[in-house]
Every structure is written in structure tokens, then in C-alpha cells.
Ligand binder design. Structure first.
Ligand code: NAP
Ligand code: MG
Length: 502
């Protein structure tokens, strides 16, 4: 275990600092433990590129230990026998503990991921708290139905929903705590047990959450938390034949690998993958709101959102105005370390992500895109990229076709004579189908357009609005299944039909 690095941000509060400097361990079978190989890896501060601390590097041996613990807790432990209301109470207790530690979690998330602490405090942490509260209510409401049979009146048939079993959950680095909550919430509410693998770039809030899960009193093995890399830890977890389901959020590329490896035992699979979501501005929109909304749609979380409004379509009569407005906003955004309370845009999460996004900027320029704002890195230290507005782009260019996952929007205009079908075809011209936003005062056009969009979420006159009660997920290559809402419960339960001859 290496010593903590020298320069942790002085703005970090005492609780967060004390956690960062503590010894980090895996959470398996209700115990905090080192990785079996004894290895650790470094966690970095993306605002400086400096090491923050070391965390255990789990491999297939730890995966095995965690799967066996989860298996035991599901097959013979107290979890499946526990009253649903008691499961719900544990989840509420977890929500309470998390809420009490809002500042600490916001600071840890900001330090680790780079996002503005002001955002983590009002979005990431409270949304995670809400998710646990909302899902706790479902623990007593996973209902079946009674079904009249055409075969005759002397039968009683009903369905019950039962937990799928042991679930492997693999999450990304863009909303580390919130993605953990989206995954854990429905699993716990339905009575599944979990092995959660955190993203290697951002393990801190997940490790701290493991302590709160322990403190809340969940039985051993119900939740197991691993830190490690994709290949040596995520892959054997997804492939494990004693796992009943894998739920993954991340890149479409890795999602496809997961789907393939899951065929070993035909475990159930849900995937929440990439996006290239359109934001469509009609000429009659409230222009100030639309411009500010479209800017926030792409710049929120440094553009590292699967549903970022990364392809802008504006009507030709307002196109210049929209570009100017968004470019003005981009130029004024305050860039800085996440822990600076004044920061509006933090660094990207990692050097790898910085290289990827700046590579896209180069490719856009090389292929003839016009840079209206940004276009370069910001500063010469850390992984900061300027909020960027590109125009003069068309399908076929990498910046238009591929997910950039950074603060970079590509803007195209649509013509006065374009009917809704043609506009929808443009908006839908992507392998992805996660989200879209439509900006207009014409209520009929809004609904007509919403019908034509091939995506799991359509926002009208807003973007990036999330709620624990709303299902979220993708059409096409944006994924399989849904998270949140009542919908997600179907992805964590099996249905059993019981028929009785009376
Ligand atoms: P990624 O590789 O898909 O990582 C997501 C998670 O999967 C991480 O926990 C990762 O572990 C794990 N993983 C990687 N390879 C695996 C494998 N073979 N089997 C099982 N698990 C594996 O995403 P990334 O490389 O961090 O980011 C690349 C791109 O993915 C981004 O630029 C963006 O386009 C997209 N992305 C999408 C979302 C989203 O919310 N939909 C989130 C993040 C990224 P490691 O941490 O060790 O890699
Ligand atoms: Mg990766």
C-alpha cells in the first residue's frame, strides 16, 4: 500500500480527507479485505494528474470470493427470507446515512471525477438518495396478477415476481455514486444480491458507500464491492457462470463484449450504453431558454453524459443566433478544479479521456469543421478541455458519427421546407437511441416530433431531467432494458406462472 500522494486539494473537508487517507479495501461477504493478490493501483486527481491514493486491484480470485458470498446470501442467507418491508427499511436507512454525508460524498466525487462540487452537491448525491428512497418503496410492491384462463373455470392462475438472483453490476466513471445507486436500488428492492464493480478511474464514492451499506446493517454478502480493471476483474465477473444477471453501463464497445461473454450460462443482460443525442431547436422556440438549454445539454458534467445533447439541429432562420448564443455561453463558462466552489466546468475524468476528446477536436478540424468556440485544451495542467461549438459538419465526419463524451457539440441547420419526417430522419441518423430534446412553443409539433424520435427518452423544452420514477435506457445500440421507474423491476425479476386445478 503506497503512501497517499503529497498534494490533495486543500479545499477537501476533514471527513473526505480522512477517508481518502484511510486504507482502502474491497467489501466482500460483509468484511473489508485486501485483494487476494495484495496489489493496489493509483487513483488520480484529474485537475492535476497527481495521485490521490491507492485502492485494491481485484482479480478473478476476488471475483470468485465475491460471487460465492453473493450466492450464499441469495441461496441460503437471510436475504431472501427477509420481509420485504424490512428490506425497504434497510434501504431507507442507507438513504438517510448517505444524505447525512452529502458534503463528504460531493467532495469525494468532485476530487475523483473532476466534476464541480456544487453540482455533485445538488445533483449526484441527492439523486442517489432519492433513488434509494424511491426504490425502497418497491420492495413491498413487486406484484403479480391473477389471470383468467380460457382453458376453463376450474383453474386458478396467478403470477409472482421473484428476484433474478445474483447480479453482477459494472459501472462507469461519469456519475460514479449515482450509477451505483441506479444499479443497487432495484436489485436490493427486488431481493437480489450484488457484486458491484466500480470504474477504475473513480472508485472513491463507491468504496465509501460500501461502508455505509455495512453500517446500515445489510446482511453479509448481499452487496459486495470490488475495485479493479476491466479485463482482469470486470470480464471474469461478467462471464461467471454462477452469476444470474449482468447489468452494465459504459461504452457500446464493451457492452457488446459483455453480451457475448454472457452467453456462457445465458445469464440475463441489461446494458446502458452510449449516445449521440440530438437537441432540435425550432424557429418558434423561446430562444433564450433553448440556447441556454442546448448549451447545458452538452456542457453539463463536462459533456461526459451518455445522453448529452451532442448533435444540435437548429432551424436555418435561427441557426446563426443559436451558434452565437451557445458560443457566448461557452466562452464565459468558468473552468477550474471541481473543488473550487466557483467552477462550472471541471476537467475530464482521465488522461485517456482527455486524449480521446482532444483527438476528436483534431479530427473535426482536419475534416473541415468550423470552430465557433473552444476547440482546444484549457491550461497546461490537468485534463481540462474548452467547451466547444463546431459547425460546417455533416454525417460521415467522425465528430458527427461517433460519441465524443466531452464538451463538444456539432451543429447542423435544417431547412424551412424540411417536414417533420425529414427532420426526424436526420435526428435518427445514428446507431444510438438514448435521448433527444425538442425546443418549440408549438405543442403539436413537439408531440409529433416526440413520436418520430427513436430514443428511450424525449425531453421537450428541457434536457437532462432525471427522476427515480422515470425509466431510462436506449433504443438501438444504446442498450438493452431500462433503469429506474417501475420498468427496471422487470429487469431484476423472473415471472413465475402458477396454475392450480381447483
Ligand atoms: P468502458 O471501458 O466501457 O468502461 C465501463 C466499465 O466497464 C468500467 O467499470 C470498466 O472497467 C469496465 N470494463 C472495461 N472492459 C471490460 C470488459 N472487457 N469486461 C467487463 N467490464 C469491462 O468505458 P471507458 O473506457 O471508461 O470509456 C470509453 C467510452 O465509453 C467513453 O468515451 C464513452 O463514449 C463511453 N462511456 C459511456 C458511458 C455511459 O454512461 N453510457 C459511461 C462511460 C463511458 P475499467 O474502469 O477498468 O475500464
Ligand atoms: Mg475502460
Amino acid at each position: 500500500m503506497a503512501a497517499a500522494a503529497p498534494a490533495i486539494d486543500p479545499r477537501l473537508g476533514a471527513d473526505a480527507l480522512s477517508f481518502v487517507n484511510s486504507r482502502h479495501q474491497l467489501y466482500i461477504d460483509g468484511k473489508f479485505t485486501a485483494s487476494s493478490n495484495g496489489k493496489t493501483f493509483a487513483v488520480y486527481n484529474p485537475a492535476t494528474g497527481e495521485e490521490i491514493c491507492q485502492v485494491p486491484e481485484a482479480d478473478h480470485v476476488d471475483v470468485d470470493r465475491a460471487v460465492h458470498a453473493a450466492r450464499r446470501a441469495f441461496d441460503s442467507g437471510p436475504w431472501p427470507a427477509m420481509l420485504p418491508s424490512k428490506r425497504g427499511q434497510l434501504m431507507q436507512r442507507l438513504a438517510e446515512l448517505l444524505e447525512q454525508h452529502t458534503d463528504e460524498f460531493a467532495e469525494l466525487e468532485s476530487l475523483d471525477n473532476g466534476k464541480p462540487v456544487s453540482v455533485a452537491r445538488v445533483a449526484d448525491v441527492p439523486l442517489a438518495v432519492d433513488l434509494f428512497r424511491y426504490m425502497s418503496g418497491w420492495s413491498t410492491k413487486t406484484l403479480g396478477s391473477t389471470i383468467p384462463l380460457s382453458a376453463g373455470n376450474d383453474y386458478l392462475s396467478y403470477t409472482v415476481r421473484e428476484p433474478i438472483g445474483v447480479v453482477a453490476q459494472i459501472i462507469p466513471w461519469n456519475f460514479p455514486l449515482l450509477m451505483a445507486a441506479w444499479k443497487l436500488g432495484p436489485a436490493l428492492a427486488t431481493g437480489c444480491t450484488v457484486i458491484l464493480k466500480l470504474a477504475e478511474q473513480t472508485p472513491l464514492t463507491g468504496l465509501r458507500l460500501a461502508q455505509l451499506i455495512d453500517q446500515a446493517g445489510f446482511p453479509p454478502g448481499v452487496v459486495n464491492v470490488l475495485t479493479g480493471f476491466g479485463e482482469p476483474c470486470g470480464a471474469p465477473l461478467a462471464a461467471h457462470d454462477r452469476v444470474d444477471k449482468v447489468a452494465f453501463t459504459g461504452s457500446t464497445e464493451v457492452g457488446k463484449l459483455i453480451a457475448k461473454t454472457a452467453t456462457g450460462n445465458l445469464k440475463k443482460v441489461t446494458l446502458e450504453l452510449g449516445g449521440k443525442s440530438p437537441a432540435i431547436i425550432f424557429p418558434d422556440a423561446d430562444m433564450d431558454a433553448a440556447i441556454a438549454g442546448a448549451a447545458s445539454a452538452i456542457f453539463f458534467n463536462q459533456g461526459q453524459c451518455c445522453c448529452a445533447g451532442s448533435r444540435l439541429f437548429a432551424h436555418e432562420s435561427v441557426f446563426d443566433k443559436v451558434i452565437d448564443g451557445m458560443s457566448n455561453i461557452a466562452a464565459k463558462i468558468k473552468i477550474g478544479p471541481g473543488l473550487d466552489p466557483a467552477t462550472e466546468l471541471g476537467p475530464l475524468v482521465s488522461e485517456e479521456q482527455f486524449d480521446r476528446v482532444t483527438g476528436f477536436l483534431k479530427s473535426g478540424k482536419d475534416q473541415g469543421a468550423k470552430v465557433n468556440a473552444g476547440g482546444n485544451r484549457s491550461g497546461d495542467r490537468g485534463y481540462f478541455v474548452q467547451p466547444t461549438v463546431l459547425s460546417d459538419v455533416q454525417p460521415g465526419m467522425k465528430v458527427v458519427d461517433e460519441e465524443i463524451f466531452g464538451p463538444v457539440v456539432v451543429a447542423q441547420s435544417f431547412a424551412t421546407d424540411a417536414d417533420l419526417d425529414r427532420l426526424a430522419a436526420q435526428a435518427n441518423d445514428t446507431i444510438y437511441g438514448l435521448a433527444a430534446s425538442i425546443w418549440t412553443r408549438d405543442i403539436s409539433a413537439a408531440h409529433k416530433m416526440a413520436r418520430r424520435i427513436k430514443a428511450g427518452t424525449v425531453w421537450v423544452n428541457c434536457h437532462n431531467v432525471f427522476d427515480a420514477a422515470l425509466p431510462f435506457g436506449g433504443y438501438k445500440q444504446s442498450g438493452w432494458g431500462r433503469e429506474m421507474g417501475a420498468e427496471v423491476l422487470n429487469n431484476y425479476t423472473e415471472v413465475k406462472a402458477v396454475t392450480v386445478k381447483l
